[in-house]
Design a protein around this ligand. Sequence first.
Ligand code: CTP
Ligand code: CA
Length: 228
Amino acid sequence: AVVSLPSRRLAGRHVIVTSGPTHEPIDPVRYIANRSSGAQGTAIAAALRDLGARVSFVTGPAEVPPPEGVDVIAVETAREMRDAVGAALPADAAVMAAAVADWHVANARDGKIKKDGSGRMPALEFAENPDILAWLSQLPQGRPELVVGFAAETDDVIDNATIKRDRKGCDWIVANDVTPATGIMGGSENAVTLISDQGAESWPRLSKAEVARRLADRIAERLSGGAA
Ligand code: CTP
Ligand code: CA
């Protein structure tokens, strides 16, 4: 019988994928986080692996388990995620699918905060987290050839994502509308628009696995010298 081997167009390539939320501690038992199941990032890592890439999968505490056959680097906070991405370099491409918390608690406590009986909540102070995507996109040396960001938006999705792409300096942005009524957050499907220097290309609503396969295909095409 003739067995057709899957094409391994990313063999010999190294891709970093960030995925899941980050957790920013308030004290040992409490944290601040973004909503993210990690499903889309996990599917992307699996699709890149299927094309033969070596994948460094830098993941926050996600709901879905990481894929098999990738290097899993588990982190908690945005600062740890930035350090893990830095340690995984050099890479041919990076896909930043993580829902990174924008702030960490600057006055996080080593011990559990107790209610003091006054009924008032303790005051939390916040400090901005490093923007991992912007940092990687603007690395003066050792920048991956292709840097892909995500933009989960609820309003003016394409405009906001286009501005985000320019501001951060990444090559592509995968934008999606996460208005609760779409059912995309936490669901198994996604409807994305790929924004590049060629403009905005909207894909139909697909399973997250199919979005991942298409994106991995495009990455393989681009790294082999093809068009965006
Ligand atoms: N991102 C990152 N590090 C951060 C924040 C975001 O790497 N500290 C990445 C995300 O993984 C994603 C992209 O940047 O690929 C866009 O994230 P988003 O939260 O939409 O962008 P922000 O610049 O944080 O803008 P907003 O104020 O809309 O949250
Ligand atoms: Ca953000």
